[in-house]
Ligand binder design. Structure first.
Ligand code: HEM
Ligand code: MYR
Length: 415
């Protein structure tokens, strides 16, 4: 039996928070191995990256998600009782509910709502001084996704909801005040979402057929029971929150257009270039660093022993930057996707494997559509200047963002 290279430190949680996106990759380079073991949150934890590791990790017979996400993440980012922590038939049924929302026409509809919000904001940007893209994108996406999901937003409610959703995302790997802001955001968000579900159920709120709110309110589990209101709230937030998180990728796309101006013209010329550009933004920029599971039953893999119950982290960022999969991985080169036929185990910013069978992100098509719309709008609907500012991305900050949030000035409508 081979021995997994092991970090000797008594606990690496603080090193993980300090090293951020590079934590797993740096150690893999040091050990010359795509697998090593360390202690995180006082527990032995196996860390993996690379194509073979992704195939292993998304084998649902080998791993479970129950108890995989640290409690701090459940209290902020994901909530408790939602699809992320389910296994087996219960997971399949709940996941099918999410995927039923992702028809091509529904995805297009959300893209159109987002583009409409963007167009409606242009007059205000033209009159404003500097405009910061991250908060703007957050507000536009909050309105678009609430509309799409059948969620009413009363006048004056937008800022509160957007702030709470943003806090859940920002707190996912945080300690101190940032963590507490996330907990408060989740507490308030779940109360709001749970109330909406109850109002749909008692008939006092009408949600359009096929909307996320209606589908979640009416969903039945295997035994034919409706979801508990708190769980339904968690699932509604699982649609709203990550769509708002796409605002970060919109900022990265704007940054990539700024750093690689030749692509401004290319993306305007054809849809294939836009697609390649968006895929490279998803691959290259740091967002979701790692995901976690636990060993269902002990097994051997490549001569290594995986004991039952052991927590395993899959390095999403590190696989998207693996030098064997992506030559010169830190260079932004959308051309690398020319002729790419797709591979569910190599490009994994939103997880790998299948959407219906495993835990791969339910919102991947929405994400790609919204990013394509943003790139089209940034290059076709407006012109703007990018004044000097701090655009550095701190890889120890999870989730990451350019420090300035991407400020533009002198915005003018062009399209
Ligand atoms: C799961 C990333 C957008 C809904 C995930 C996972 C990742 C991820 C890494 C976990 C994969 C795993 O553990 O194996 C992202 C990123 C996004 C994004 C970076 C960009 C902002 C979205 C959107 C939606 C969504 C727009 C829905 C509208 C979900 C759901 C799950 C999930 C429901 C749980 C799936 C399951 O457990 O089976 N996402 N996501 N995500 N995502 Fe996303
Ligand atoms: C979502 O809202 O579900 C998608 C975007 C959230 C990304 C937040 C990533 C921050 C760090 C998470 C650490 C996870 C540890 C298992």
């Amino acid at each position: 039996m081979a021995t997994i290279p092991t970090d000797r430190s008594p606990d690496s949680t603080l090193s993980f928070l300090r090293a951020g996106y590079r934590f797993v990759g740096d150690r893999c380079e040091r050990y010359g191995s795509d697998i090593f073991q360390t202690r995180l949150l006082l527990e032995p934890t196996i860390c993996l990256r690379g194509r073979a590791a992704v195939e292993l990790f998304y084998d649902v017979d080998r791993f479970v998600r129950e108890g995989a996400m640290p409690l701090r993440g459940q209290r902020t980012l994901t909530g408790r009782g939602g699809v992320q922590g389910l296994d087996g038939d219960a997971h399949q049924r709940r996941k099918a509910m999410f995927m039923s929302l992702m028809t091509p026409s529904a995805v297009q509809h959300l893209g159109q709502l987002f583009a409409d919000e963007w167009q409606a904001r242009i007059p205000a940007w033209e009159l404003a001084g500097p405009v910061t893209l991250h908060p703007e994108a957050t507000l536009m996406l909050t309105r678009a996704v609430c509309d799409w999901a059948g969620v009413p937003l009363a006048a004056g409610e937008l800022d509160r909801r957007a702030t709470d959703l943003k806090a859940m995302i920002d707190s996912a790997a945080a300690l101190g005040p940032r963590h507490w802001r996330g907990r408060l955001g989740r507490l308030r968000g779940e109360r709001w979402a749970g109330d909406l579900v109850e109002r749909v159920r008692d008939g006092s709120l009408a949600a359009p057929e096929g909307s996320a709110l209606r589908v979640i309110a009416e969903h039945r589990d295997d035994a034919g029971r409706p979801l508990a209101p708190r769980v339904a709230a968690v699932e509604l937030l699982n649609v709203l929150r990550p769509t708002v998180a796409v605002g970060r990728l919109v900022v990265f796309a704007a940054l990539a257009l700024h750093d690689h101006p030749a692509w401004r013209q290319r993306v305007r010329e054809d849809d294939d270039s836009t697609e390649r550009f968006v895929q490279e933004v998803r691959r290259c920029y740091p967002f979701f660093p790692v995901t976690a599971a636990r060993v269902r039953r002990s097994f051997q893999w490549q001569g290594y022993h995986f004991p039952q119950g052991r927590r395993v982290l899959l390095d999403l960022y590190g696989t998207d930057h693996h030098p064997a999969l992506w030559p010169e991985p830190d260079l932004f080169r959308p051309e690398r996707f020319t002729g790419w036929r797709g591979d569910p185990f190599t490009l994994i910013p939103q997880g790998g494997g299948g959407h219906l069978t495993g835990h791969r992100c339910a919102g991947e098509w929405i994400t790609i559509e919204l990013m394509k719309r943003a790139v089209t709008l940034l290059t076709g609907a407006i012109r703007y200047d990018v004044p000097p500012q701090n655009l550095a991305i701190d890889l120890s900050r999870m989730p990451a963002l350019p420090a300035s949030g991407f400020v533009v000035t002198d915005v003018r409508r062009t399209g």
